[in-house]
Structures are given as structure tokens and as C-alpha cells.
Ligand binder design. Sequence first.
Ligand code: ZN
Length: 375
Amino acid sequence: MKIKHLSILLVLLLLCSLQLIAGEISIQIKNDPKAKIISTRELEGIEYVDFETLHPVLKSHLKIEYDQNRVYYYVYGEQFLFMLNSCFYSFGPDNFNMHYPMITRASRFYVPAIFVREHLPLRLKGKISTSGKNLVINKPQDNSILTIVLDPGHGGKDPGAVGKTLKAREKDINLAVVFKLKALLEKELGLKVLLTRSDDSYVTLGSRTRFANENKADLFVSIHTNAAVSRAGYGIETYYLATSVNSSSRAVEALENDVVELYEGAGAKQRYDDLAFILSDLSQAEHLEGSNQLATLVHENLIFGTRNNDRGVRQADFYVLRGAFMPAILVELGFITNENEEAKLVTPEYQERLARTIFEGVKRFKHRYDRIRNT
Ligand SMILES: [Zn+2]
């Protein structure tokens, strides 16, 4: 009998402790009668929430910079920045103290439950509120790619590269391909497509990215045509921003960046360089992985669809990609300095093929990205 009593007691104790360990947070979406339950768990005596359990309910997601120990948490279009093993997080210009650190266990990321119960409603007023012990939230926002900025390189007083045989101008080819790409993205994906220029006008490199940021674009695609001293070079290259530049990209980098000195006046280059550290650190840096994936998918489709020479996905320090708050790439459609390629680049049929293949790459990226961001 004694043993039986003891075992009942043990079971009861176990149940009690389980109750203590496995807490929960009830989250109610406005106008949705069924609440979602988030389980919490105890780690080192503190109640924690696994970010992965929040994502399906809040349509939130994480971006992790392992080398910097930084964890970005995105929810309702806002960004929280955590430092691993730190009690503090940044939101906008301010830092806040959770009193317990954000931690990782078995490659999952845990935030103190107090962040979800108390800090989220305070930081996201109007979107998340408390009702007794529960949270009431607005319908989570759609994180899909909805807006894309297309950037036809050069324009106006800046012709870009000029062909050696037909004297075709890069700025015209870029714009023609962008118009065709815009039509596909609007018609077949229903995207909102904005252009940094829609005629033969001059636009500075800095204002192209600023335009994308101000319009809260989800993607930025800059379209260019390549040039080389040798007439032999031909083929397609797709770029995203480099944090450290490899020498093979230097020539193209100079080609696209030198327009600043030529057309934006004295001191312009210095201004871009001064901004480089701050901007690339804060903005494009957290989108490099997305930019890499977008560049890879667009490039694969370009090469497959055109059967052109594959010159690879590359990284370069293009001024026009710095400071973009979204995945951003630059496509070099082909070498205007190569006789055969120049002849192809000016034909509407080949321009259509280029637009179609870039479109297919963007489409694949969007499908992948939307699924990750909305689950
Ligand atoms: Zn160019």
C-alpha cells in the first residue's frame, strides 16, 4: 500500500511539475473565435518561447547573422534586433531590457516569455494588446513579395556603354528589357512594378535605391549591359553586393560606379564611400542571403533560357546596390562591345527572351520566399 501511495504521489508531483514547466500563451486573432495556444518551456528556471512556435501565428520570421551573434525578428513589418545571450534588444532607436537573455538550444532560438507577454504589446501598440493573460492580435500582415522596383541602368546624359559596331547605347537596351519585364511581372504575377526611370532621363545612383526604399519595395532589380576593352568577351553575369570584393569583378564594378564621377560631379564618389560603411552594414547586409538566392535563380534561368555564355553569379561593390533595404541584384545582360552580342541585344525578340528568363527567376524566388515568410 505504501509503495502504491508513494507512486501516486510521485505521479501527482510529476504532473504538477509538468504544469509548471509547460506553460502556455493564448493568442487570439481579432474576429477569429478560436484562440491559438503557444506552449512555453522552462530553460534554466526561466519560461521561454521557441520563436518557431510564434511564426505560424504571427506570420513572423527570423534572420540570423551567426558571425555577429545577431538575431533579427520581423513581425508586422517591424524589426527587433536581439543579441544572442543578451537580455537587451533594439527596437527602432531604443534598447529594452527583458531581464533574461535570448538563447539558443539545439539550433532553435528562444526568447523569454516575458517578451511575448509584455514587451510585444508595448512595442506593437495597436497591433497586439493584452486581455487578461491572453494576447489579442490584429490579423497578421501578408509578407509576400508584392512590390518590385526595376532599375534600367544609366539614362539621359549618361548613355552607359556604347556598342562598337552598331553604336547601340546601353541605356536604351536596359530600358527596353525593363519595359518587357515590367509587363510580365504585372500580368503574370500581379506585382506592383515601379521603375526608377521610364524614359531617357538621368537618375543618380543613390536616388535609385532611395526610391526603392521609400516605396517599400520587396525586391530591387537593376538592369545593365556589359562592356569590355576586348571585343571577344560575351555572356551574362548576375551580381549582388559584395562585402569584400574579388578582383574579377573589379572591371565591371568600375564600369558601373565610374558614372558617379562622370555625371554626379566632384565629391560624389567620396559621398558614396562615406555612406558605404553605414549603409551596407545596416541595410543590404541583412539581405545578402536573399540577394544571393535571387541572383542565383535569375541567373540560372537566364543561362538556361538564352543558352548564352555563363559568366556566373558574382559579387561586386556596386554603388547602386548599397543601402537597399531589400534583396537587390544587378544583371549584366551581355557585352555590347561584342559584335554578335550587340546585334542580338538590339532585337526585340532577344530582349523579350531576356525579360522572360529574368521573370522566371523572380517568379521562382517569390514562390520560395513567400512560402517561407508566410508559414
Ligand atoms: Zn551599366
